[in-house]
Every structure is written in structure tokens, then in C-alpha cells.
Design a protein around this ligand. Structure first.
Ligand SMILES: Cc1ncc(COP(=O)(O)O)c(C=O)c1O
Length: 365
């Protein structure tokens, strides 16, 4: 509710409005805090404080940097850390743009190794690696990995660890407390939750690594707009309500969907018999808002998506309005044609389940 708010001041708003500035008055030798709009902005400062308080409460030594999108944040860590000859470990089942980043890294002479999110029982990929990238839960497969034990092994091998925390949000999971060096996320999703802006962030212990990320932001210039930053900060005030409600409803939806004979491959880390449940329950406080499942074929899934009224057919996830899509339509994920990724919103759970069942009935005809 109060993350990142300035100390109360008489006649001032609780959350100051967005500061639109390309440059700031600056005389003589340039000194901060505010010089040029690609380097600093007071609206970012408040949002960065908010995200830092959520990702690492009480850790004053953590720096947070906001970016124009999740991909800008991801690229900032990967491209500021890695040079030709380095080795990096990426998930082979992570967000579908990661393989495109992989191709660029390889073109720059970086060795890329991959490990499936649920396949960390062997640690040989760590030998000589400089950076390990984890995405847990993974999108869209909803596998999880044990951040603490992988971070311990990676540090022993001399590698830093970054965790994509998009799906969990900082209220669902705190990777820095589990031993990660960087937490990275798309704030486009549940962190801001209204499907109306793109945002990303990186948080990590202050030091050379985070200064390199800051430098990358300056040279790549993928900076967040002041309006988006302000909207993001305003949205964070309801994050706890949304995260809790969406997780509770997602579990109810998953339990309801498992009674349907046409639904197979159902995944939700909150289901006690889900393969992710044991580790997820140890390191997550909420299990997220995404449920995935498989319908018999592509046409069946398309009919279901068209028939649903309370679920918009759209990509992305984490918003207040439920969305779903046939993930195979993008071609980037190793999923079956009938694979559906459903993002559960804040609708009344009964209404939502009734609508899903009605759409499944319609799709079966
Ligand atoms: C897990 C994950 N990480 C990163 C991203 C990229 O975020 P953005 O779309 O804000 O660039 C996404 C987008 O879907 C995602 O699902």
C-alpha cells in the first residue's frame, strides 16, 4: 500500500504525479540526482523504491532499476554481464522471446547452454558458466525450480544467478532472499495488472553488477515513460489484493477444470498433486494466476476461446480481466496445438467457472 511513497508532507499528494522532463536545470559540472531524462527521473525513483521494498524489504543495499519493458530489463542483465567467450545457462522452456535473445548472444560469441526448468537434478551445465538464468514458474509450462539450491551450486561454480520473477510477482516469491543475485521481471503482467502498460525492472545488490545494468540502460536507452511509471506505482497499491484473489480463484478454476473429461495436461502449481507443488510451496507464498491445460485439438481450443465471454482471447497474463490464448499460435513454445494458457483475473469465481464450463460445452458441439 505504501511502498515507495515519500514521507507525508503537508499539502502534498501521497503519490506525486508523473514528472515529464527530458532534461533538468543543471549548471556547471553535471551532478545528480537529476540530469537528463534517459538517466534519471523522479517518477522512476519512487517506483524503483516501491519495487525494491517489495522484492527485498529491509535490504537497503538493493538497487532497483526500471525499464521500458520486461525484455529491456532481461536484455540489460544478459548483455551487460556477458561477453564473447563467456558461458550462460538459460532455460529451454522460458518465455518465448528468450530463444531470440539466445541467437543474439551466440552471434556475439557467448556460449549458451540450456536446462529445462524442471531438469536441474544435474548440475554439469554450471561448469565455467558466468551467469545462470532461471524462470520460475516458467511461462507457459508452469514448471518450477529450487532457486536456493541452484543459487548455492551456481555460486560455488563462480556463476551469478538471475531469476525472472514475472509470474510470481514479488509478493509471491522473493528470489533475492532465496540467494539470487538479480531479480528481473516484466511489470507488464500482474505487477501492474491492468493490461494497459509495458514495464520491466531489475533489482540486485548494489555494486559493479548493478552499475553495469544501469550503464546498459543508459546506452540502450530503453527507458520507462513517466506516465507508465506513475501508473505502475499507483497499481502496486492493490497488488496484494489482486495477487491473493487471483491465486485463490486460479486454484478453484484448476480444481473445476480437472473434472472435465476433455481437459488434459492440467497444470497449476497450487494443486497439491501438481509436479511443481512441492518446491513451489517451499519458495512461493502464492501460486500465481496462470493455469494451463490442453484441449483435444486446435479447433476445439479455438472454439472454446471464441465461446468464452468473461475471458478475453489475448496474449499476456496477470491482468484484472481474465485472458486466455492457444499458445501454439505463436509458434515459439514446445506445446501441443490444443494447449491453452489461462490467466485468471479478479472476476467472481462462480461467474468465471460457469462461463468456462459454458464455453467448454459450446466447444464440444
Ligand atoms: C516470464 C516473462 N518474462 C518476460 C517477459 C517480457 O516482458 P515484456 O512483454 O514486458 O517485455 C514476458 C512477457 O510475456 C514473460 O512472460
Amino acid at each position: 500500500m505504501r511502498a515507495g511513497l515519500p514521507a507525508p508532507a503537508e499539502h502534498r499528494p501521497a503519490l506525486p504525479g508523473p514528472v515529464f522532463a527530458a532534461h533538468y536545470h543543471l549548471s556547471g559540472d553535471p551532478t545528480g540526482p537529476y540530469t537528463y531524462g534517459r538517466d534519471e527521473n523522479p517518477t522512476w525513483t519512487l517506483l524503483e523504491a516501491a519495487v525494491g521494498e517489495l522484492e527485498a524489504p529491509g535490504h537497503e543495499d538493493v538497487t532497483t532499476l526500471v525499464f521500458a519493458s520486461g525484455m529491456a530489463a532481461i536484455s540489460a542483465v544478459l548483455f551487460s554481464r556477458l561477453s564473447a567467450g563467456d558461458a550462460v545457462v538459460l532455460p529451454d522452456d522460458g518465455y518465448q522471446v528468450l530463444p531470440l535473445v539466445r541467437a543474439r548472444l551466440e552471434a556475439f560469441g557467448v556460449e549458451v547452454r540450456t536446462v529445462p526448468t524442471a531438469g536441474w537434478d544435474r548440475l554439469d551445465a554450471l561448469d565455467g558458466a558466468r551467469l545462470v538464468w532461471l524462470e520460475t514458474p516458467s511461462n507457459p509450462g508452469l514448471d518450477v525450480c529450487d532457486v536456493r539450491s541452484i543459487a548455492t551450486a551456481a555460486h560455488k561454480a563462480g556463476a551469478l544467478v538471475a531469476v525472472d520473477n514475472t509470474l510470481a510477482t514479488p509478493l509471491g516469491q522473493r528470489p533475492l532472499e532465496l540467494g539470487a543475485d538479480f531479480v528481473v521481471a516484466s511489470g507488464t503482467k500482474q505487477l501492474t495488472g491492468h493490461g494497459d502498460l509495458l514495464m520491466g525492472y531489475v533489482a540486485g545488490r548494489a555494486g559493479a553488477a548493478m552499475e553495469a545494468v544501469r550503464h546498459w540502460r543508459k546506452i540502450a536507452g530503453a527507458v520507462a515513460g513517466p506516465m507508465e511509471s506513475w501508473l505502475a506505482h499507483r497499481s502496486i497499491a492493490t497488488l496484494h489484493l489482486r495477487v491473493e484473489r487471483q491465486a485463490v480463484t486460479a486454484l478453484r478454476v484448476a480444481e473445476a477444470l480437472r473434472t472435465r473429461p476433455e481437459v488434459t495436461g492440467l497444470r497449476y502449481p497450487g494443486l497439491p498433486d501438481d509436479p511443481s507443488h512441492r518446491i513451489a510451496s517451499r519458495q512461493m507464498r502464492h501460486h500465481g494466476c496462470v493455469v494451463s491445460f490442453v484441449l483435444p485439438c486446435r479447433a476445439h481450443a479455438d472454439r472454446f476461446l471464441r465461446a468464452a465471454r468473461l475471458v478475453d482471447e489475448a496474449t499476456s497474463f496477470g491482468g484484472v480481466r481474465s485472458t486466455a490464448e492457444r499458445r501454439g499460435r505463436w509458434g515459439g513454445d514446445a506445446v501441443e496445438e490444443g494447449f491453452v494458457r489461462l490467466s485468471v483475473g479478479v472476476e467472481d469465481p462462480e461467474d468465471l467457472i460457469r462461463d468456462l464450463f459454458r464455453a467448454l460445452d459450446a466447444a464440444a458441439d
